[in-house]
Design a protein around this ligand. Structure first.
Ligand SMILES: *Cc1c(COP(=O)(O)O)cnc(C)c1O
Length: 456
């Protein structure tokens, strides 16, 4: 089947969906509403949906639903489809693998794809030291394994994490995650020996953004020394830009200061790049921005174009500290997911998606900053590359405004724009377009957002 370029221009990979917003029913339409009723009757209530339009196809910058609507995608399934949905190289490689074999278990009879993904990760992640990788199914599982590896290497048990941090929904990663509702509420008790310290959140730093990095680092380090004891700490885990916490970019200088403290105290420094990785911020990994070289790095989301895959990559001597048989899992590094990852990484290189992410960031930041001048409730505009957010506040101050955030997200949804919210206070609109998003759709999405603010 030859993909006829749409009038809006052919998208780089992915199914040949017309790259246009098209609303033919209310959002959600009648067929989606029917499916949502079935969902309510069949699926556990704890599994929520942000925008209940039921998808039939997706690609480039759009998501098509069962009612024939085409929505602009500013979510990428939470920073997963960086290369677009059903990107050609992902489809080709995963399909071929699917037809060859679907599973043997790498721990039983291995296959090349797993090794090739590990090689790619070792090459692409920061630092030219010798590295090893291990593959898993989900981000939470990767973070859990990073903790196992750091504990095996250091023979210590404490783990330090940060305010506003998010690391997953399993028991240990709930303990590592800051926000109670909805992630932790009623689900305890949580894994012990996890300690939370301040992060350099410039917009809300009480003595001002210019003091933020140094003061936050000093406070965090003091808390670790006084309350935990540096030589009890196996790992410090941080997202170089916090995702669910509201796209908080720690003030410049904070990450290097924490990494240096970890190095000086024999603590394994773990960058959780599950949301920020794979070109999302305009670099392969967000910690490159300040030249930080983590000991371990966790990846997932953007790695495999939508198939479930996750990894821990890091210094060979740390990664090899866990005994043989101590790491793994039945499905970890599934061959189809590995094939998809190789297709995804190939696409990122071929299309120079880092450059595309940077371009998206320029366009978005420019528009959002001028929007901020018109709307007092936009307290902060921030982010890097295609990981951009606005933080909404009550007029005249910095009090979080989750009501306006929800209302504006809802207005965008009704107009056929998929946007997500985030933040400890639920007052952040976050934008994560696929990096292959055609620019006319990016601009149209921003128009819709502008309209939602104007009519709020
Ligand atoms: C999404 C996310 C996780 C958890 O990944 P899952 O695949 O949902 O388990 C962990 N850390 C960060 C930074 C994330 O964004």
């Amino acid at each position: 089947m030859s993909a006829a370029p749409s009038s809006a221009g052919q998208l780089p990979g992915g199914p040949s969906l017309p790259q246009e917003r098209r609303l033919v029913t209310a959002i959600p339409g009648p067929k989606s509403q029917e499916l949502q009723a079935r969902k309510t009757a069949a699926v556990a209530a704890g599994v929520g949906t942000t925008l209940p339009v039921y998808v039939t196809r997706a690609g480039g910058g759009v998501v098509e639903d069962v009612d024939g609507n085409s929505l602009i995608d500013f979510g990428s399934g939470i920073a997963v489809t960086n290369v677009g949905n059903a990107a050609q190289a992902v489809v080709d490689r995963a399909s071929a693998q699917l037809a060859a074999f679907t599973h043997t278990c790498f721990m039983v009879t291995p296959y090349e794809g797993y090794v090739a993904v590990a090689e790619q990760l070792n090459e692409l992640t920061p630092g030219d030291h010798e590295k090893r990788s291990a593959l898993f199914n989900s981000g939470a599982e990767a973070v859990e394994n990073a903790v196992k590896i750091a504990r095996a290497y250091t023979k210590r048990s404490a783990v330090v994490v940060f305010d506003h941090g998010y690391h997953g929904r399993t028991n240990l990663t709930m303990a590592l995650t800051a926000k109670n509702m909805p992630y932790k509420h009623g689900f305890g008790p949580f894994a012990p020996d996890v300690h939370r310290v301040p992060v350099a959140y410039p917009y809300r730093w009480l003595t001002g953004a210019e003091n933020c990095a140094a003061e936050a680092a000093a406070q965090a380090i003091d808390m670790i020394n006084k309350q935990v004891g540096a030589d009890n700490v196996a790992a410090i885990i941080i997202e170089p830009i916090q995702g669910e916490g509201g796209f908080i970019e720690p003030a410049k200088g904070f990450l290097p200061a924490i990494a240096e403290f970890a190095r000086a105290n024999g603590i394994v420094f773990v960058a959780d790049e599950i949301q920020t990785g794979f070109c999302r911020t305009g670099q392969w990994f967000a910690c490159e921005d300040e030249g930080v070289v983590p000991d371990l790095i966790t990846t997932a989301k953007g790695i495999a174009g939508g198939l479930p895959l996750a990894a821990v990559t890091g210094r060979a001597e740390i990664m090899d500290a866990a005994h043989a048989g101590g790491l793994g899992g039945t499905y970890g590094g599934n061959p189809v997911a590995c094939a998809a990852a190789l297709g995804s990484i190939e696409t990122m290189k071929e299309l120079d998606l880092n450059a595309k992410a940077r371009r998206i960031g320029e366009v978005m930041l420019d528009r959002l900053r001028s929007l901020q001048e018109k709307h007092e409730i936009i307290g902060d505009v921030r982010g890097r590359g295609a990981m951009i957010a606005v933080e909404l506040v009550k007029p005249g101050g910095k009090e979080p405004n989750p009501e306006a955030t929800a209302a504006i997200a809802k207005a965008c949804h009704a107009e056929g724009l998929v946007v997500l919210t985030a933040g400890t206070y639920g007052n952040v609109l976050r934008f994560l377009p696929p990096l292959v998003m055609p620019e006319h759709l990016l601009l149209e999405g921003l128009d819709i957002l502008e309209g939602a603010f104007a009519s709020h």
